[in-house]
Design a protein around this ligand. Structure first.
Ligand SMILES: *Cc1c(COP(=O)(O)O)cnc(C)c1O
Length: 431
């Protein structure tokens, strides 16, 4: 259904006049596409044209746009209680979500601290790690993190992230991090051993993205290395922070990527798929021993951190509804997506310009030959080509990935791959 309202006509001019978009170079940018409706894996623009959302709207949409069950849960909660201060007060959605979550997370993660998004979930994890050591009377002032890491856009999260074009203007204001090699390199565990041997008792935590480094280039790594990291950090008492902001809620196959390796971290960061993609919400979940170090007769041991909308009831209600949908049926859908990824990539990878085709659960990726890096124009060329064909793709430079909502149909996913193949088969000189 095309949108003919006055508001629709005004979207473009109001946007151009007053809106500043994320990760957007506004000079020369094509006008943003006004979206008026979403259903399942489809978005509909203001002319009623469907667009297959092959990237889950920046990796958040799990069960599909406009899922009626989640929409109803939010509406019912809005009529009951939309918001309440979360210190000194609590409410059913937050309390019950904490029970729902801790029942599904890797063993030992029992205590939930809510925040607003992935970056704040990471900030909270880093602050908890530093203050935990301070509270127990040890001076551990360093964070270790991996090459190619991405943990968010706030200052602590940027510090933990690998230095890049994104963080360069702030380099002088980021705190120093012990930088380990990429987790897919053969040297990472040896380098971790070296750091732990020479300075282990100054390291508060190691932060990682289990099995899949997302924004750093959809780089996949193996469960064996993750087990090696867990064993080494546990032996030295170093906290292991698993940033599952992207990988959580079935994205890589199992409910949480750590579970594929049989690993339980000390702290886990959650967001993105937490609410099924309906509302912003973050959660940092820790072991009870960590929480216990903050519950003290000494008031200075308090975690003095919180946000205005901490544990917003609407977001928590959405998260509970979304979590309930991650059942056997969803698991079967995710397996079907993985199978289709493998089948279609088998053809894509035969293309001369394609390298390093890879799949992890519902995420598929490959590289197009040429300069590595976010500014490689081939990604933008594919984006524009795909949009014309009714597919939303947003490569990371020359890294193309497909990361669909779990409800995507076989035909819709075929359209995504058909479009990618048509792009690859064009005359390279025209890209
Ligand atoms: C997206 C992402 C973040 C940041 O989450 P925001 O909600 O965008 O702040 C942190 N860590 C990982 C692994 C992510 O993919």
């Amino acid at each position: 259904m095309a949108c003919k309202s006055v508001e629709c006509a005004g979207i473009a001019s109001s946007d151009t006049a007053h809106v500043w978009h994320p990760y957007t170079q506004h000079r020369g940018a094509p006008p943003p596409v006004p979206i008026v409706r979403g259903e399942g894996a489809l978005l509909f623009d203001d002319t009623g044209r469907p667009i297959v959302d092959a990237i889950s709207s920046w990796w958040v949409t799990t069960h599909g746009h406009g899922h009626p069950g989640i929409a109803r849960a939010i509406a019912a909660q809005a009529e009951q209680l939309e918001q309440v201060i979360f210190t000194g007060f609590t409410h059913a959605p937050a309390a019950m979500l904490a029970t729902d979550l801790t029942g599904r997370l890797p063993d030992g993660l029992t205590r939930v601290f809510y925040s607003d998004d992935g970056s704040t979930a990471v900030e909270v994890a880093i602050k908890i790690a530093f203050q935990y050591w301070s509270n127990v009377g040890e001076r551990r002032t360093h964070i270790a993190a991996l090459a190619h890491a991405y943990h968010g856009d706030t200052f602590g999260a940027m510090s933990a992230s690998a230095p890049s074009m994104f963080t360069a203007p702030f380099a002088d204001n980021l705190f120093e991090v012990i930088r380990l090699p990429a987790p897919d390199s053969t040297s990472v565990l040896g380098a971790l051993d070296q750091v732990l041997d020479s300075a282990g008792d100054t390291v508060a935590a190691l932060i990682i993205e289990p099995l899949l480094q997302g924004a750093g280039g959809m780089r996949m790594w193996d469960p064996e290395t993750l087990r090696g990291m867990r064993a080494r950090t546990a032996a030295r008492g170093v906290l292991l922070i698993a940033d599952e902001v992207l990988t959580g809620f079935g994205r890589t196959g199992p409910l949480f990527a750590c579970q594929a390796a049989g690993v339980s971290p000390d702290i886990i960061c959650l967001s993105k798929g937490l609410t099924g993609g309906f509302l912003p919400l973050g959660a940092t979940v820790v072991r009870e021993e960590i929480f216990a170090a903050f519950a003290s007769a000494d008031w200075t041991h308090t975690l003095f951190h919180g946000h205005s909308y901490t544990a917003n009831p609407l977001a928590c209600a959405a998260a509970r509804a979304s979590l309930a949908l991650l059942d056997d049926e969803s698991s079967a859908r995710r397996c079907a997506i993985e199978r289709q990824h493998r089948a279609r990539l088998a053809r894509v990878r035969t293309h001369a310009r394609v390298g390093n085709a890879r799949v992890l659960g519902t995420v598929a990726a490959f590289d197009i030959a040429g300069d590595a890096g976010y500014l490689n124009p081939i990604g933008r060329a594919l984006s524009a080509f795909a949009l014309k064909a009714g597919v939303l793709l947003r490569p990371l430079g020359n890294v193309v990935y497909v990361l669909p909502p779990y409800c995507i149909t076989e035909e819709q996913l075929d359209l995504v791959y058909d479009t990618i193949e048509q792009f690859l088969e064009r005359d390279p000189a025209s890209s």
